[in-house]
Each structure stands twice: as C-alpha cells, then as structure tokens.
Design a protein around this ligand. Structure first.
Ligand code: HEM
Length: 493
C-alpha cells in the first residue's frame, strides 16, 4: 500500500470511527437516567426530601425505584447508589471511569445543607480534587504513611493517646465529648506532623478557626487551610525542630519529605494532603467514638459482655494492648457493629464519571454527582436483620467465629477509598478497648436517682454524629484513682 492510499484508508476509518462513536453517544443519550421521583420545575425533588437526613429519603425511594435512583435538587442532578452490589459494580469494577469528583461538589454539598455542622466538604482538599496527577501525588503520600504495614508504627502513640483519654475521662467525665474530640485530633496531629497537642491546644483551635472561615469563604478554592497554618509553609527543619535533630517520630510529613523533598509538586502535595488529613481524620474518628459510647449506654448487656471478655483476656493488672486484639472477638464485633449501626459519613463523598456510561440500560452522564447511600447499605434488613438494633452478635458465624464482614462500605469505594482507614481502625479499637476496661458507661440519673432515658438524636451534615446525650462515666473499680490508673498505664506500654 502506497502512502497516499494508506492515508485515505486511515481517513476513511477515522470517519467511520467518529461517526460510530457519535451515533453511539447519541443512542446512549437517548437512554433513560435511572428511575426516581418526578421532579417539579425549579425545585426538583427538594419538597419531598428530608434535607437534614437525606439518606433516609433516598432509602425510601430506593424501596420504590430500585438500588440505583436519580433525583434532582434545584438544578442539580444526582444519582444515588443504594446497595453495595451497585456501588461495587460501578465504583470498583469500573473504577477507572468512576474515580472523579463532581466539579461543583462543594456548591452541591451546600445545596444539601450538609455543611451546616461539618467541615468535611470544604476542607477536604484531597477529597475534592479531580481525578488526575495532583490527586495521585496526594494518594502516594498518604499511602506511604498509612498503608497497613506502615500504619502499625503509630500504634504505641495511639495507645498512649488512648491512656491520656482515660485520664481525661477520670478527671472530668462530664466533658466526655471534649476528651474524645481532643483524643482524635491529637492522634491525627501526631501521625501527620509528629505534633504533640496539649489540652486546649492553640494550634488546633487555630486550624479549627481557619476551617470555619473557609466554610464561609466566598470561593472555597481560594481559601486554603495551609495559608492559615504557617507551620505548613515552612521548610522541613522548621516544621518540627525534632525533624532536623533526627529525633522525630514517624509522621506522614516526615516520611513524605524524606522521600520527595526537592520535588516542588510533591512538596505542595505534602502541604495540601497533610492539611486535609486533620479535617478528614479527626471529626470522623471522634464521631465514631461518640456512637460507641452512646451504644454502650443504651445497651448495657453488650457493654457487660465486652467488659467480661476484656477482663478474661487482659486481667485487672494492666490495660489492653494491640496484642490482645485477636483474642477479643466480641470487642471486635462491638467495633464493627458501631460502624454499621451509624455510618458517620452516611452518603460518603460524591464520585463522578470521567466519561458517559451505561449501566443496566440507564444512562450515567459524565460529571453527574454519584452518591453512595452507605446508611441504606448498613441498614439493609436482608443483610442485617433488625438493623436498628445494636447487636454485635450478627458478626459471628453459627460456629462462633467472627465472620468476614468488616463493614467496608463505611470507608468508601475503589480508588477513592479512605486513605486513613487503617489508622482510624487502630485509633477506634484502642480507645474503645481502653475505655471499656476502665469505665462503665451508664445512663445519667435525675435527683431521685432514676435513669434519664433518651432517644438518640443525630447531627446533620456530611458527617453525622450523636447529639450530646446525658450519661455517667464511672470507673469500674472502686479503688480507681489517678494513682491507680497511672500505675496501670505504666504497665501497659
Ligand atoms: C472513622 C474514621 C473515618 C471514616 C468513617 C472515613 C470515611 C471516609 C469516606 C467515606 C471517604 C470517601 C471515600 C470515597 O470517596 O469513596 C473518605 C475519604 C478520605 N479519607 Fe477518611 N474516614 C475516616 C478517617 C480518616 C482518617 C483518620 C484520615 C487521615 C488521616 C482520612 C483521610 C481521608 C482522605 C484523605 C480521603 C479522600 C480520599 C480521596 O478522595 O482520594 N480519613 N474517608
């Protein structure tokens, strides 16, 4: 074939290719979007929604329309995946197409009013990044520090912080929420920056303040936490004096700098990803711990069974450590049930497709927001009978072994799955096991020493957690005082 002839064939094939793909695109676009309630002009389906807890509405709609549904809120189209099966089929099996984020995620999240109680949407810079090289650099940095083999290095620190939590609860149990918040924040600060927070740490308050400002910033993209956090703008040696002295403990920033220092794009990624981690990791972990305490108060028989297991395995002369974890399946089941009972990021973070797609005959336009109704998945009565009851027993097989359900939907999906999940898992386990070893979590009592009953209430937002509830936190041992606790802590590490 001569050159001219070859060029003609190529041109012909190209025309056919373009025409076919155009026709296919047209055909695809004629396919229906997934089913859902009929939208009204302008407001869409807003009038039918529980805007504080939209996952409940989406679950009700999925019972009518199926696992994959379409909704319109004002002028925003959303596709909601209500079952693990569909979420895996799209976000995992077709992950090369479904790992983007919607372009106007933040605006959309504000439309849903998720942001009212949450800092997640605005500050979660990695989470908002589109699927591309900058996002890949972030993931590499997180992966290096928080992959399973690397995350074990933080365990002594996590145990130490769990013990500090115990001391805080012993001193001032009424402020349990503050103690849990401090504990979660301080673990993230340690793991990310090797920064040891103090009670009422001004740096932590400053970052929180910056987040609140960002929440109200006119254009969230212009407002970066890192600008409000001078330490992040400094060079490696200034970031933490211990880094330059060679005495630094492991942290995401030190690991990242050790590997990528000198590469400007990675240095920027280190700043952005580390600033993201605080918002992503502290509020979430804190929220799960609140769910666990509320569950213990409302389910005393579960609490007693977990404590009996801890007593049997650990005894009374020391506190639990990670080596005990495998010997305490019931505590493990309590943790899993806590995560299932109330997934604290009920709709996950929105994904988006890079290209138009078709699934089961439905058209999925590129860029449309795709939400995963994690709450619906963990309340699926076929998988979890009596889903509104707190029953750790559901995680055991009939022969009494733990089953292989690790409630993975709570960490999200595919290439966007939570990068901090191994760190968070160890934080949660060590805090829950330590607290149950030392304290009883009981209903508060009134002036007549009668239990104060309460119905759990939840905050609305991208992350949702229990609204402050009345409870009493009392040491299980009568002789427990600071001295005794200190001596137990001393033998624990
Ligand atoms: C119990 C605690 C936590 C829960 C329930 C949780 C849950 C989630 C969920 C649902 C997502 C969205 C995944 C998706 O898009 O499909 C996510 C993403 C993320 N999480 Fe977590 N998370 C927790 C703790 C942490 C911690 C401790 C860190 C960091 C130290 C962290 C860092 C991140 C980051 C950076 C992303 C964004 C990933 C990306 O967009 O590629 N998370 N998390």
């Amino acid at each position: 074939m001569d050159l001219a002839h070859g060029a003609l064939v190529v041109a012909f094939l190209t025309i056919i290719g373009v025409t076919t793909s155009f026709t296919q695109k047209k055909k695809r676009k004629q396919l229906p979007l997934p089913p859902g309630p009929n939208p009204l002009p302008i407001i869409g389906n807003l009038h039918r929604m529980n805007t504080d807890f939209p996952w409940i509405t989406y679950k009700e709609w999925s019972d009518i329309y199926g696992d994959i549904i379409h909704s319109r809120i004002l002028n925003q189209d959303v596709i909601i995946l209500n079952s693990e099966e569909v979420a895996r089929a799209l976000l995992e099996k077709r992950s090369s197409n479904y790992s983007d984020r919607p372009r106007f995620a933040t605006m959309e999240l504000q439309t849903y009013s998720y942001c009212r109680s949450s800092r997640f949407g605005i500050t979660f810079r990695t989470v908002m990044r589109s699927y591309g090289d900058a996002w890949r650099r972030h993931r590499r940095i997180y992966h290096q520090a928080f992959r399973p083999e690397a995350a074990v290095i933080y365990r002594p620190m996590q145990l130490r912080k769990a013990h500090q939590l115990l001391v805080g609860l012993l001193h001032d149990p009424a402020k349990y929420e503050l103690h849990l918040e401090t504990h979660s924040a301080s673990i993230v600060m340690s793991a990310v920056y090797d920064y040891d927070t103090k009670p009422n740490d001004p740096l932590v308050s400053m970052i929180r303040g910056a987040m609140d400002r960002i929440l109200h910033a006119e254009t969230p993209d212009k407002a970066a936490i890192i600008d409000s956090y001078p330490a992040l703008e400094r060079k490696r040696s200034d970031l933490n004096p211990r880094l330059s002295s060679g005495l630094s403990a492991p942290s995401m920033v030190s690991e990242g700098l050790a590997r990528f220092q000198g590469d400007a794009s990675f240095e920027l990624a280190i700043k952005e990803s580390s600033a993201t981690a605080f918002g992503a990791g502290s509020e979430t972990t804190h929220a799960v711990l609140l769910v666990s305490i509320q569950a213990m108060v409302l389910n005393p028989e579960v609490q007693k069974r977990a404590q009996a297991e801890i007593d049997r395995v650990v005894g009374s002369d020391r506190l639990p450590d990670f080596g005990d974890r495998v010997s305490m399946p019931y505590v493990e089941a309590v943790l899993r049930e806590t995560m299932r009972f109330y997934p604290i990021v009920p709709l996950g973070a929105p994904h988006a497709a890079v290209d138009d797609d078709v699934y089961e005959g439905y058209f999925i336009p590129k860029g449309i927001s795709i939400l995963t109704n994690i709450w619906a998945m963990t309340h699926d009565p076929n998988k979890y009978p009596a889903p509104f009851e707190f029953k750790p027993e559901r995680f055991f097989t009939s022969s009494g072994d733990l089953n292989d359900d690790h409630v993975t939907p709570i960490w999200g999906w595919g290439r966007r799955i939570c990068v901090g999940r191994y760190l968070a898992d160890a934080t949660l386990w060590s805090a829950i096991a330590s607290m149950l070893a030392v304290f009883d979590f009981l209903k508060a009592t009134d002036a007549n020493r009668q239990d104060i009953d309460f119905e759990p209430r939840w905050t609305s937002g991208i992350t949702s957690r229990p609204v402050n509830f009345p409870c009493r936190i009392v040491p299980r041992r009568r002789d427990m005082d600071v001295e005794k606790l200190t001596s137990l802590i001393g033998t624990a590490v």
